[in-house]
Design a protein around this ligand. Structure first.
Ligand code: SAH
Ligand code: SF4
Ligand code: F3S
Length: 467
């Protein structure tokens, strides 16, 4: 089957609906219909929301930040931890009042959370004022759903995941001017036992290299200087595809594009992080000196239960190889504390790994039980309070590591992108090509430019000066 022909006709159909909404919406809402997109979760969701905004813009909506005066409100949700879901329900609840005051307002919920049957059912029963519940594979059909609803159609629950076609060329409204997201693949095949993502995002599928390169070039033309390639496991990009372009090759192709810019990427799964990739990062000067390599646990016993396909020794070997090849690399990681069956002895192995590797920063989470995942069935005898104690211990350990890390930046000069105004009068804030953020005196006209900054001091953040 030729998927791209199929995808083109899907896009054309939706752009047709968008045009019809463009003329229909003002008859319902007056001349300036407004839409609000509220995003939870990871960068993938932020990027998806940029496409939702792109489509809404094509339909004639002005994008607003507040729900208060919006005629269309969509919550793009995350399912990765229970806390994320609780926040979403709290937010949806507040729209009841809006719907009462302005019954024509359309309320939609999309994204990972609603892809779970029990959540969609809960919304169907307990949140009757929600108009659309849209799964992760149908978000591109938003124009069609809005058009039908404006024409008197009923509630929509569209959660099918059967069609894995990647819809290219959807209109996009990016949030940033200099820093942007670029998805290179969707879904996940890894089934880590704690994780809901493969169930709600479906199987891994990669975009064609030509499509990625074309979008990347367009972003550079539009003034983007710092582009992050997105995927749940970018290291397995292109696996099983006839084009033979793996992630390392893709990075080289992007690095060859003319201009000054930084190429970032996330997330890397340690099991697929190859020496070829490390050498590519080392040799490609536009590729950022940052590797986000989640290890989740320092205990090989727990890593096996998590289905991560590496053990403590393999991970440490990978870190050693990365540091040898890319001495200025900033390493960051994700950690889960309190996985079912984890003992304090296991946790101490996580602590010792943190102390040994000396990460630039960490994203730390207490294990959250996700319905339908294998870990949800594993015995979990440690209390939440006990897990909380371990968690605090971990934060304290990382605080000490971070304090020592500061020293390695002082006195050094970095190429920095002036990407935002600082809160300090007359100061700019910028990123190195690793993870450090530095503030320095600079004129507002420097926004979007690269400058050489010498880092001079640290006061709740790095302070430097242009040299
Ligand atoms: N694909 C990425 C991360 C996706 S989710 C990767 O493999 O690294 C981001 C992070 O959330 C994970 O790395 C993990 O640390 C955390 N996470 C995922 N499921 C979780 C759960 N059930 N409880 C707590 N943390 C979880
Ligand atoms: Fe979840 Fe593992 Fe896939 Fe990451 S690699 S999204 S943690 S299943
Ligand atoms: Fe959350 Fe979905 Fe991302 S579950 S972390 S928004 S892929």
């Amino acid at each position: 089957m030729n998927l791209s022909v199929n995808a083109n006709s899907i896009l054309d159909e939706q752009l047709g609906y968008a045009k019809r909404v463009l003329s229909l919406a003002p008859t319902v809402y007056g001349n300036n219909p407004k839409a609000c997109v509220i995003t939870f979760g990871c960068q993938q969701n932020v990027s998806d929301s940029e496409r939702l905004k792109g489509m809404l813009y094509e339909m004639g909506y002005t994008i607003v930040d507040e729900t208060e005066n919006a005629d269309f409100i969509i919550f793009n949700t995350c399912a990765v931890r229970e806390h994320a879901e609780d926040r979403v329900f709290g937010n949806i609840g507040t729209t009841k009042k809006i719907k009462k005051e302005r019954p024509n307002t359309i309320i939609a919920v999309c994204g990972c959370m609603v892809q779970q049957k029990h959540i969609a059912e809960k919304i169907r029963k307990s949140y009757p004022y929600v108009d659309f519940v849209l799964g992760t594979h149908v978000e591109h059909r938003l124009p069609e759903f809005i058009y039908k609803r404006l024409n008197g159609g009923g509630r929509v629950f569209e959660l099918s995941m059967e069609d894995n076609t990647i819809i290219e060329d959807l209109p996009t409204r990016r949030d940033g001017k200099f820093k942007g997201w670029l998805p290179i693949m969707y879904g996940c095949n890894n089934f880590c036992t704690y994780c809901i993502v493969p169930y709600v995002r479906g199987r891994e599928r990669s975009r064609e290299p030509e499509k990625i390169i074309a979008e990347f070039k367009q972003m550079i033309k539009d003034g983007y200087k710092d582009i992050t390639l997105l995927g749940q496991n970018v290291n397995s990009y292109g696996k099983g595809e006839a084009h033979g372009v793996n992630f390392a090759k893709l990075l080289r192709m992007l690095n060859d594009i003319e201009g000054e810019f930084v190429i970032r990427f996330m997330t890397s799964h340690p099991k697929d992080c190859t020496i070829e990739l490390l050498d590519t990062i080392k040799e490609c000067k536009k590729v950022s000196r940052h590797l986000h390599l989640p290890f989740q646990s320092g205990s090989s016993r727990i890593l096996a239960l998590m289905n991560r396909y590496y053990n403590r020794e393999k991970y440490l070997e990978l870190i050693k190889n990365a540091k040898e090849r890319i001495p200025d690399v900033d390493l960051t990681s994700d950690i889960i504390v309190g996985f079912p069956g984890e003992t304090y002895e296991d946790f101490k192995e996580t602590l010792s790994l943190v102390n040994e590797v000396k990460f630039a920063s960490l994203f730390t989470f207490i294990y959250s039980k996700r319905k339908g995942t294998p870990a949800a069935e594993m015995p979990d005898n440690i209390s939440r309070a006990e897990k909380g104690k371990w968690f605090s211990e971990l934060l304290l350990a990382q605080e000490k590591v971070a304090e020592n890390n500061i020293q390695k930046f002082l006195g050094k000069t970095y190429r920095v992108l002036c990407d935002s105004h600082s809160e300090k009068e007359g100061y700019m804030s910028g990123h190195t090509n690793g993870t450090a953020v530095v503030e320095f005196k600079a004129d507002a006209s420097m926004l979007g430019c690269f400058v050489n900054i010498k880092i001079e001091s640290y006061d709740n953040g790095f302070i430097g000066k242009i040299i």
